[in-house]
Design a protein around this ligand. Structure first.
Ligand SMILES: NC(=O)c1ccc[n+]([C@@H]2O[C@H](COP(=O)([O-])OP(=O)(O)OC[C@H]3O[C@@H](n4cnc5c(N)ncnc54)[C@H](O)[C@@H]3O)[C@@H](O)[C@H]2O)c1
Length: 338
């Protein structure tokens, strides 16, 4: 098969991450076009440095280009489902950043558009491709801890987003916790049936004024009987805190944070190690590369993507259940949503 020609829609933070991955480590793909309505000199120069042939302000140039096989949707969340549908109708394979949409009906429209096309669709839950989370999931799936009973995920950002971002983010559960909802499904090997939330605005009053929370403990009941707990905070003084543990009938498996090195300094003041890698761009760069490689591989080898559109829908259902639980202060069954 020839090289897969890719178009990237949205050249912000994550668009640049995927440009870098494709240009530096995905051998079967080239980026033909990058589109962003706010293209500036800096973005154009960045795209050029990544070997991109063409940049444009109008993403329709990508959708209407018969030479382009696959589209990466890296634009703002509200554009994901409409652009997914346009790209599918134009016969393109789609990699879509999370979340596909905040609205279940719109995600179902994407599912409908995909039906019978044979096109590949992948959602950007990058943490599944992180070396630690991948190894943890493998250990659990291989039965090394027996039957999973308790799953614990700690996910805390180093610093909060701006209130402007919070207003359009869909709220913490659909923007941040959504990665943890995906991770709980990945580690448990099944879906959640019920969600209960305790949450507060403790970090920045402006986040509360924007209508959101910034600190939460979320408990979930899983289909296999396991109980899961996610704790989130939009601020951790020591950096990006990403840990997990699965406790089961035969033992326990856990992963710690990644740091630049494992050096520990022991002296008269105490024993100190390095802080965790600062944020997602530092911690997950390799995982972003792997997820896009897998997407291109699915196209080249004609196999399923590791995360399909269903995997995009399920964490949104969990996020909406979490929102409802907070509003109504009660456990909410996933079956109550959509
Ligand atoms: N998987 C992850 O870890 C991860 C990390 C960050 C962001 N994201 C997701 O990626 C998306 C983008 O986030 P970001 O942090 O890169 O935001 P960003 O604001 O840095 O970039 C978004 C870009 O999309 C562009 N854009 C908006 N409408 C467009 C359109 N119609 N056509 C083309 N471009 C358009 C904007 O001009 C902007 O440059 C969000 O949905 C976010 O949830 C995922």
């Amino acid at each position: 098969m020839n090289m897969i020609k890719v178009g990237i829609i949205g050249a912000g933070r994550i668009g640049k991450v995927h440009m870098t991955s494709i240009s530096t480590r995905v051998k079967d793909a080239v980026i033909k076009t990058v589109a962003d309505p706010f293209l500036n000199e800096e973005t154009i120069a960045f795209a050029k440095s990544m070997g991109v042939e063409h940049t444009t302000k109008d993403y329709h140039e990508i959708i209407n280009d018969p030479e382009i096989d696959a589209v990466l949707i890296c634009s703002s969340t509200d554009t994901h489902s409409p652009i997914s549908i346009e790209a599918i109708k134009a016969g393109k394979h789609v990699f879509c950043e999370k979340p596909i949409d905040h609205d279940v009906a719109r995600i179902k429209e994407v599912m409908e558009a995909l039906k019978g096309t044979g096109l590949k669709y992948q959602v950007g839950f990058n943490r599944r491709f992180d070396h630690n989370f991948e190894a943890l999931q493998k250990a659990v799936a291989e039965g090394k801890v027996g039957k999973p009973e308790i799953i614990k995920i700690t996910s805390r950002d180093p610093e909060p987003p701006s209130p402007e971002y919070v207003k359009v983010s869909g709220g913490m559960f659909l923007d941040m916790t959504i990665h943890d909802f995906d991770m709980v499904r990945f580690l448990a090997g099944c879906d959640a049936t019920e969600v209960y939330v305790e949450a507060a605005n403790l970090v920045d009053p402006a986040i509360g004024e924007a209508g959101d929370v910034d600190t939460a403990v979320i408990t979930l009941k899983m289909e296999n009987g396991a109980i899961a707990v996610i704790d989130n905070c939009r601020r951790a003084a020591y950096g990006y805190d990403q840990r997990a543990e699965v406790f089961g009938s035969e033992g326990m498996a856990a992963i710690d944070n990644d740091s630049q090195s494992l050096t520990k300094i022991s002296n008269a003041q105490g024993v100190t190690g390095e802080k965790p890698l600062f944020f997602f761009l530092e911690r997950y760069m390799d995982a972003y590369g792997k997820e896009v490689s897998e997407f291109i591989k699915a196209i080249v080898e004609g196999k399923d993507t590791p995360l399909g559109v269903e995997d995009g829908l399920k964490p949104v259902l969990m996020g909406l259940a979490a929102k409802k639980s907070l509003e109504e202060h009660r456990p909410v069954k996933i079956s109550e949503i959509g």
